[in-house]
Ligand binder design. Structure first.
Ligand code: N1C
Length: 231
């Protein structure tokens, strides 16, 4: 199997798991491929994904969004099989492309899955940048973010969350942000103590911080604690 055939199989298998109809996955694959095939992997433009994103609109409730930064495994364990929060990886494209790496090359129609991310912007970084932008723009009402309270700077203005998603939250559509700060020990937290978050977030968007221990979140995952009852 060529890298492309193997990559296509992975893509289709994950797409069908979602669960989508076969012809929809075929269409998405075609749009996905045309974004990067035959193009140089370096200096990649976000606009290459416009068609793909236009053909694959978000369908989850805009008032149940969960962002994250440096809490990838925990947040996905938490949102999985729950309908109270949706991360980008709980949407079709985010689910399919999470953990994958892809790029093309000028002059041929191959797909490569290695060394795709050794220059910036590349097809992978561009995808997460544009997908995160659109994901944040789609948010409404109350949004949440899970941050790692054990880091020196749980909120990093240079992360995808701080640099791309926070500036793309649209007030007055988005009313407030709940920060779920995951810690080892029980403690208090405020949005003002999270670096430049309060400054980076539009003044019209309210902000509340809730500290919750990692073991509490793990218990909520195990017990399938209902929405809103974990913190
Ligand atoms: O830089 P980050 O986290 O703050 O980005 C996370 C933020 C989330 O809210 C997502 O909506 O941005 C979105 N996002 C993804 O959904 C995603 N899936 C996989 C951003 N990045 C994503 N990845 C990969 O993880 C991607 O390759 C990028 O480089 C990392 C970012 O993880 P992070 O630094 O923990």
């Amino acid at each position: 199997l060529t890298q492309k055939a193997e990559f296509r199989e992975t893509f289709m298998k994950k797409c069908l798991e979602f669960p989508e109809e076969e012809h929809i996955c075929e269409t998405i694959w075609t749009n996905f491929e045309q974004a990067y095939v035959g193009k140089e992997k370096c200096n990649f433009s976000d606009q290459n994904y416009d068609q793909l994103l236009a053909e694959t609109p978000f369908k989850h409730p805009c008032g149940k969004m969960m962002f994250w930064s440096k809490t990838k495994d925990l947040v996905h364990k938490f949102t999985k099989k729950r309908d109270c929060f949706f991360t980008l990886e709980d949407t079709l494209l985010g689910y399919v492309l999470n953990g994958l790496s892809w790029c093309g090359e000028k002059g041929n129609n191959e797909t490569f899955t290695e060394n795709c991310e050794d220059c910036l912007p590349n097809p992978v970084s561009s995808f997460w940048k544009i997908a995160s932008t659109r994901f944040a723009q789609y948010a409404c009402e109350g949004a949440s973010v899970m941050l790692d309270g054990e880091r020196k700077e749980p909120y990093d203005s240079n992360s995808f969350f701080g640099g791309v998603e926070v500036p793309n939250l649209q007030p007055p559509k988005v009313k407030d942000l709940t920060v779920v700060l995951v810690t080892e020990e029980i403690r208090a937290c405020t949005c003002d103590s999270l670096g430049t978050l309060r400054k980076d977030l539009d003044q019209r968007i309210g902000c509340a911080c809730k500290a919750v221990t990692k073991s509490r979140v793990e218990t909520c995952i195990e017990d399938n604690t209902p929405c809103g009852a974990c913190w």
